[in-house]
Write a new protein. Structure first.
Lengths: 353, 353
DNA sequence: GGCAAGAACTGTAACGTTACAGATTGAATC
DNA sequence: GATTCAATCTGTAACGTTACAGTTCTTGCC
């Protein structure tokens, strides 16, 4: 049995043995077990043509010495990066939104070999650029994007090139893909219903920018519910949740000083609601008296701002976890239909003292 | 001139040329220029022993065909990952804090070849674990950590093993290292000074958890300034900025109902201040009248919560950018002393209507 | 006893890059 | 004309992994 013709992994290195131990590789295990590297490699991934005894022996040794596959080696050989890329707009307004998304994703990735890489872009630049980078350099196995548009270039790009991805928000472009979304239609329906029940008649909507998909959902729900309850809309077109706090505040105050001011607001974002409230009060009106506001929030701060606010909670952390599961599902080749989820808003909550 | 003995990069692949083009490699450029891969490699990194004409020719071709070095190849050969790892506590309370940190880091990394990998851990587990993982598997060239402690195991671990890193916050353990910190000592000195000027006498501090470095800075500044202005402290030991909004609120209300309640608060975190205000009002007291509060904030929401609040802004995005610059500096072997920065708090701001 | 077939294992090559040790020039020096 | 030298270029090997094409050995069958 020619066992000693295996080359020990550190041969040629003259350092004393007390020096830094290099991380173990397949070669290390091969040397320790007297097997070939190929056998070790296959034994570690439970290949069928490896004997049960050998497999167990290899896995035991690997565990003992704390073997971890070298990511660069695997990536170079197989092309598998074990990376999920989160493409983020770094101009994103305030709020723990992005933090929560990242926490949710991390949570779901923790049990997997995947690392999370944040790929930023500036809203001023082309949103397609970071996606193109990731796809062209194959620097991730899957991508998560947010700020989804109804006809989204990024979705088309990734679809055409077979890059697995999941979107935060839906599209309407005839391409089926994994997504997670908050049901903003249901949200604004519930919000309007609440305001109707409070006797409000003329409602305004602080909407997302009209380029984004959820603008349409929110707007449609708003319009349908207005119709159903026989209420009217006070247009508030210039302001969106993407505007700065100062802008929204000023636009709101202006709106409130008009003769046909609204007596109810539906707000699409927690931070925007801070500005709404300030604008309303700047104009001299009182929340819960002259006007009522229903807002979405991802943090829990709105009721501390004003207890008169009505809120619906959006669990962004959950969204992150769902998105991570969805991309991983796509990478594993799972069925798209099973990787699409919609989060139903909870009931509108009044402040509970 | 034997030029055609170079092997074209796609030899052996039977696909028609109309198929997907594989990303160009050094071999591609070598083939196109008629040079050897080694020459191409060196030409691209401006090595001195390559002729000026050749260098330009190679770089031109590389640019034209959109060559990008394969990260796995570089990483495997050199050990350089071109990755910065941000180690994050995923239990972090609320606030755009982490978002801003990430945006700041991304901003600074955008001009470099570095990718940002988020390495999460749960506060319940050992904070050393993710750091050990990154160091042991050499999965990043540099690390950024936050929630720094005066005697920080992670700092020791990375120091001893020569992993470049930067900390958000300082340590006091006789190890010199790169950091960025907000001057929380100066902050609480200014905060107390403001409250003294307002005629407040009995101050309480909503501090960070006592395990963290900035607890001590904030506390020392608080104590020194109390002394200087002849004010007294109302102990508020159980509550920290890490507690939930609900907990802080309740503890604050309890405190305010005591006979020796404070007439001024210094708050170490924006989200905590939301809870402070709620607790104060729960107990029936009025901000600006019975009590004044000075708070740090990283978002701009506090003055919308209550205009009576006094705020100091902490630019976390800047902190992120500084931290990124600091780690990169360490990786480049720059002097530690030049990679330590302290951000001086701006003046205490009252609401400016 | 000879042979086929499977089980269990092995070596080689390749992914893309760079370190290292040459090789090939042409010009300058003696 | 030979020798040295610098300038410029090149091939080979290796980083750690896996696909592929063997190789060896045992066992069963005729």
């Amino acid at each position: 049995m020619a066992m000693n013709d295996k080359t020990p992994p550190d041969e040629g290195v003259e350092q004393a043995n007390g020096g830094e131990a290099n991380p173990p590789t397949l070669k290390t295990i091969a040397f320790m077990t007297g097997l070939g590297v190929t056998t070790v490699s296959r034994a570690l991934k439970d290949a069928p043509e490896i004997g049960a005894a050998t497999r167990q022996r290899v896995q035991l040794v690997a565990r003992q010495i704390g073997y971890r596959p070298n990511r660069a080696g695997v990536r170079l050989r197989t092309g598998k990066t074990n990376v999920i890329s989160l493409v983020l707009d770094t101009e994103e307004q305030v709020g723990g939104f992005v933090s929560d998304l990242i926490y949710g994703i991390s949570e779901a990735l923790a049990q997997t070999p995947y690392h999370l890489v944040v790929t930023p872009y500036s809203r001023n630049n082309d949103p397609l650029e970071p996606v193109r980078y990731v796809v062209d350099t194959a620097s991730a196995d899957g991508v998560i994007i947010s700020r989804t548009e109804p006809d989204d270039k990024r979705v088309r790009y990734m679809s055409e090139r077979g890059m697995p991805f999941a979107t935060h928000g839906r599209t309407h472009m005839g391409i089926d893909h994994a997504f997670h979304d908050f049901d903003n239609y249901a949200y604004s329906v519930e919000a309007v219903k609440k305001l109707a029940a409070l006797g409000r008649k003329r409602l305004a909507l602080l909407a997302p920018p009209s380029s984004l998909s959820y603008y349409h959902h929110m707007r449609d729900g708003f319009a349908d519910a207005l119709m159903e309850h026989g209420l009217s809309e006070v247009p508030f077109p210039t302001a969106t949740v993407d505007h700065s706090i100062e802008d929204i505040r000023k636009l709101t105050a202006d709106l409130m000083r008009r003769p046909n001011r609204p007596d109810g607001f539906v707000s699409g974002a927690g931070a925007g609601t801070f500005a709404l409230v300030a604008g309303v009060e700047d104009a001299g009106f009182k929340l819960g008296q002259d006007i009522d506001i229903v807002s979405k929030q991802s943090s829990k701060l709105l009721h501390l701002l004003r207890p008169q606010l009505y809120v619906v909670n959006e669990d962004v952390r959950l969204a992150g976890a769902e998105l991570a599961r969805a991309v991983i599902g796509r990478i594993a080749g799972r069925d798209i239909a099973s990787l699409q989820s919609l989060s139903t808003p909870s009931a509108v909550e009044a402040y509970d003292a």
